[in-house]
Ligand binder design. Structure first.
Ligand SMILES: [Zn+2]
Length: 131
């Protein structure tokens, strides 16, 4: 009975012994006169813990500034690209330049960009003239 409850406590708090060891080590180092070592280690640990968070927010900030979303000017497929880079439309394969507010076609100098409109002609019976 007594041994069983002891086992339960040991299973429930597996990290406590580790933390107690760490605290004891910190206290021991401080007592010996190596408080500066503890402080520098703590600073190092804080730096290691803070670096991913800072990197995450930095990346988010950078993406918000440099990620451009907009439709393809040729086929209106929604696209995402990095500002100042060339990308290719996944739907129609047009090479596009990513600009501040959307995408533009990369065309050689002197190329005139036109929009083709498909016109359907209904077949009408041709009436003979002069009847
Ligand atoms: Zn397209």
């Amino acid at each position: 009975m007594n041994q069983n409850s002891f086992n339960q406590i040991r299973v429930n708090v597996p990290g406590l012994g580790c933390w107690l060891t760490l605290l004891g080590l910190v206290w021991l180092l401080g007592a010996v006169g190596l408080g500066w070592l503890v402080k520098s280690l703590a600073a190092l640990v804080l730096l290691v813990l803070a670096a991913p968070v800072l990197a995450f927010f930095g990346l988010r900030f950078w993406l918000r500034r440099n990620l451009v979303q907009g439709p393809c000017p040729v086929c209106d497929t929604p696209l995402t690209g990095l500002k100042g880079t060339e990308t290719r439309c996944l739907n129609c394969g047009t090479v596009l330049q990513t600009e501040v507010d959307g995408f533009a076609r990369v065309a050689e100098a002197g190329t005139i960009d036109i929009t083709a409109v498909e016109v359907t002609v209904e077949a009408k019976p041709v009436l003979p003239e002069g009847d």
